[in-house]
Ligand binder design. Structure first.
Ligand SMILES: [Fe+2]
Length: 99
């Protein structure tokens, strides 16, 4: 049986991975709508990867007898001034520092 503390941490990670998936999905849609089809393809793939991360945590919790809580995800931004700004946000989200 999964300890409550571990279950809570894993559920928090479900939320983080799901938000990441939605963030990249929203970015992909912006890129597709603004003529950056290659960027959109890359971001759609990132969105799918983050969704798979979320599913791994869901499966991990369930297989150990825990309870998954699928949260309401925070709405990601929908507009960017440029593709450069979008990629700066990607880097920030991934935890990279840039100057
Ligand atoms: Fe992830």
């Amino acid at each position: 049986m999964l300890k409550k503390k571990v279950e809570d941490i894993c559920n928090r990670q479900v939320e983080r991975e799901g938000y990441s998936s939605n963030l990249y999905l929203a970015m992909a849609s912006w890129a597709e709508n603004n003529g950056f089809s290659g960027v959109a393809d890359w971001l759609y793939a990132q969105s799918e990867e983050e969704r798979l991360h979320m599913l791994k945590f869901i499966t991990y919790i369930n297989e150990r007898g825990g309870k998954v809580v699928i949260p309401a995800f925070k709405k990601p931004p929908t507009d960017y001034k440029s593709v450069e700004e979008l990629f700066r946000e990607v880097l920030k989200h991934e935890g990279f520092q840039y100057s």
